[in-house]
Write a protein that binds this ligand. Structure first.
Ligand code: MD3
Ligand code: FE
Length: 217
């Protein structure tokens, strides 16, 4: 019998893994650029600070958000939408860092979406106990365009449902550096994030940052 002494997540990128139709997992794909990505997130957050937005129903989200790129996703009492200005400052969202665009394009290409041109990047910040309830991403114009997500920091349990809210959810643990491309039949599936368990990441502390790169307009 062989003892498995090496249970740490690998730091080598793994081959693309299609875990559901249209959903391609690239384990550790962003690790090679982790320092550049974390520095760029710091610059985005300096220009457009993380904030907890309000839902149309009047609840304050537990996840704090900001955006970069030509368009940014916002929610307030009047609904969900993309805007070209940060409503908190009245200024344009910070430009999309070149490293985000390059990472999203190469991940999308590996998943079969050559020519992906993101114009929006939503940056979500989770602390232990925060969660994202089941939802669909449907504020974008063209659902033929995929969404590329990049997980950084402490682990999260991602919930991947079906085309209807009541459909049962698969669970997927997403780790620092993991990238997922959500296209085709996966694009409109319900999804969410379970409340984060307390943990500390060596570079990020007790938080998880998720980037979602989108073609919104
Ligand atoms: C599946 N973010 O920002 S990333 C979101 O971890 C969002 O912060 C989560 O859901 C997070 O809207 C999940 C994975 C993800 C992103 C977009 C999707 C999964 C998706 C769009 C369609 C289907
Ligand atoms: Fe989403």
């Amino acid at each position: 019998m062989t003892l498995d002494l090496f249970t740490e997540p690998s730091t080598e990128p793994a081959p693309p893994e299609t875990f559901a139709p249209g959903a391609v997992l690239l384990r550790a794909f962003a690790l090679k650029d982790e320092n550049a990505i974390l520095a760029a997130i710091g610059q985005v957050a300096a220009a457009a600070p993380f904030r907890q937005m309000e839902t149309p129903g009047g609840f304050r989200m537990s996840v704090a958000m900001t955006n970069c790129g030509a368009l940014g996703w916002v929610t307030d009492r009047s609904g969900y939408r993309y805007t070209s200005e940060d409503p908190q400052s009245g200024r344009a969202w910070p430009a999309m860092p070149a490293i985000f665009r390059a990472l999203a394009q190469s991940a999308a290409a590996q998943a079969g979406f050559a020519g992906f041109e993101p114009d929006a990047c939503l940056v979500n910040r989770y602390q232990p106990g925060t969660r994202l309830t089941l939802h669909q991403d449907r504020n974008e114009k063209d659902f033929a365009q995929p969404i590329v997500s990049v997980s950084l920091g402490i682990p999260a349990v991602f919930l991947f449902g079906g085309p209807k809210r009541a459909d049962r959810c698969a669970r997927l643990r997403l780790l620092h550096g993991d990238v997922v491309v959500w296209g085709g039949p996966a694009r409109l599936r319900f999804h969410g994030v379970m409340p984060l368990a307390p943990a500390v990441h060596p570079l990020q502390g007790a938080q998880r940052i998720n980037l979602t790169l989108r073609r919104a307009g």
